[in-house]
Design a protein around this ligand. Structure first.
Ligand SMILES: NC(=O)C1=CN([C@@H]2O[C@H](COP(=O)(O)OP(=O)(O)OC[C@H]3O[C@@H](n4cnc5c(N)ncnc54)[C@H](O)[C@@H]3O)[C@@H](O)[C@H]2O)C=CC1
Ligand SMILES: C[C@H](CCCC(C)(C)O)[C@H]1CC[C@H]2[C@@H]3[C@H](O)CC4=CC(=O)CC[C@]4(C)[C@H]3CC[C@]12C
Length: 369
């Protein structure tokens, strides 16, 4: 697709294009990818908002499908130049079984790779996660780390296990000959905790705070820092990476990139208060109000309750040993690899990201949307 014609229009496929991140990727492509000729949005559940996009100048094709079904993926990929594979089962709460998580995240990714190979699609960007690195089960801090920082990555939980395996599949596929004989070029982007418009957990915290009379209670020490990244910047990074993969194949092929922007390093709860504070909530306690050992006990109790209640109902609270370990372990990234390799600069400043998120929480937080 190189210099044959600068004006050549490209077909993009976004898997998981109706999810939190996927919707932003879809909208960003439509706004910022001048070579876009057709945009295929593939998802298990299609969003009604897609309809309004169909009236624009770019052809938008909505495809209801399942990444675990190889034939459905192959049909969606046929004729696509670029695939952004963001579909995934994001579950660290025990809602889905480990088998289902593996099927969607690992087998689904395998299906996407094979479909690219069979159809001669050469460019694949995969949404990985910081979780492929850590935090590890030992709670080691990852402080201002980059893509080369040594870290003992130990995965036990099905979600990070599946993301690590899927990322490995994607990177290993770099260089494979696709139909037509040219090499596949792949890269993986690793967002830290994403926030922004559409962030379900943020909305849940807001509603919980409203129920508790405008208060949330500190559970994690303020000294535990998390790297967070605005969804618009994560989407922009996907669009840029996909665009540059061809010209910079030798440099970018088989590489991983953390997703980063200018969002401040803070504890998970203090960071959320950047948005929930202006919406009228306050975080009670300069220090955690419950001792850590009690949280550990409650987290373990939740696992037991989840198991006992499973025949009757799905009990999947936010607190479990894994989420507690993640929330209670410093994990921050500091890198410029994406800037050096493909010229990424955040599109949204911290102030913009914050304002957009606050407006969204205010608009939708109290409603049933
Ligand atoms: N939310 C976060 O903080 C982070 C997310 N990620 C990754 O980003 C990607 C997107 O995550 P989010 O937007 O947060 O999650 P999400 O749940 O909002 O979006 C995932 C989308 O994938 C779709 N999907 C799930 N199973 C599917 C299947 N079998 N076939 C087709 N589509 C399917 C869902 O319907 C959904 O629209 C995931 O791969 C996730 O692992 C990575 C780092 C952080
Ligand atoms: C739900 C956690 C916060 C509640 C802690 C409690 C119960 C003590 O108040 C969230 C803390 C950190 C989050 C994770 C982190 O942002 C990294 C992630 C990356 C992903 O790829 C998927 C999502 C997540 C695992 C994210 C999930 C929620 C937290 C565990």
């Amino acid at each position: 697709m190189a210099d044959s014609a600068q004006a050549q229009k490209l077909v993009y496929l976004v898997t998981g294009g109706c999810g939190f991140l996927g919707e932003h990727v879809v909208r960003m492509l439509l706004q910022r990818e001048p070579r876009l000729g057709e945009l295929r949005v593939f998802d298990l559940h299609l969003g009604p908002w897609l309809e309004e996009l169909k009236t624009g100048p770019v052809r938008v094709t909505a495809i209801q499908g399942d990444v675990t079904q190889a034939h459905e993926v192959a049909a969606a990929v046929a004729g696509a130049h670029v695939v952004i594979h963001t579909a995934g089962l994001v579950d660290v709460f025990g809602r889905a079984s480990p088998k289902t998580i593996h099927e969607v995240n690992v087998q689904g990714t395998r299906n996407v790779i094979e479909a690219c190979v069979q159809n001669g699609t050469r460019f694949l960007v995969y949404t990985s996660s910081m979780e492929v690195v850590g935090p590890n089960t030992k709670g080691h801090p990852f402080y201002r780390g980059n893509e080369d920082t040594p870290y003992e990555a130990v995965h036990r939980h099905p979600y990070p296990c599946s993301k690590a395996l899927a990322e490995w599949l994607v990177l290993e596929a770099n260089g494979r000959k696709v139909c037509g004989g040219l090499p596949l070029v792949t890269c993986a982007l690793r967002p830290t905790g994403i926030y922004g418009e559409g962030h379900q957990i943020m909305r849940d915290f807001y509603r919980q705070g409203l129920r508790l009379g405008g208060r949330l209670f500190r559970a994690i020490p303020a000294s535990v820092e998390h790297g967070r990244v605005y969804v618009g910047n994560v989407a922009w990074m996907h669009v840029l990476a996909a665009r540059e993969l061809e010209q910079r194949a030798a440099l970018m092929g088989g590489q991983v990139y953390f997703c980063y922007d200018g969002s401040p390093y803070k504890s998970y709860e203090d960071f959320n208060m950047e948005f929930l504070g202006p919406c009228g909530l306050r975080l009670v306690g300069a220090r955690p109000l419950v001792p850590y050992w009690l949280l550990v006990f409650l987290a373990a109790l939740n696992v037991l309750l989840q198991w006992l209640l499973r025949p009757l109902l799905l009990y999947a609270p936010l607190l479990n040993p894994y989420t507690l370990a993640v929330a209670n372990t410093t994990f921050t990234v500091s890198t410029d690899k994406a800037q050096r390799h493909f010229g990424y600069e955040p599109l949204f400043s911290w102030e913009d990201s914050r304002t957009r998120t606050i407006l969204w929480v205010q608009a939708t937080g109290g409603s049933a949307q």
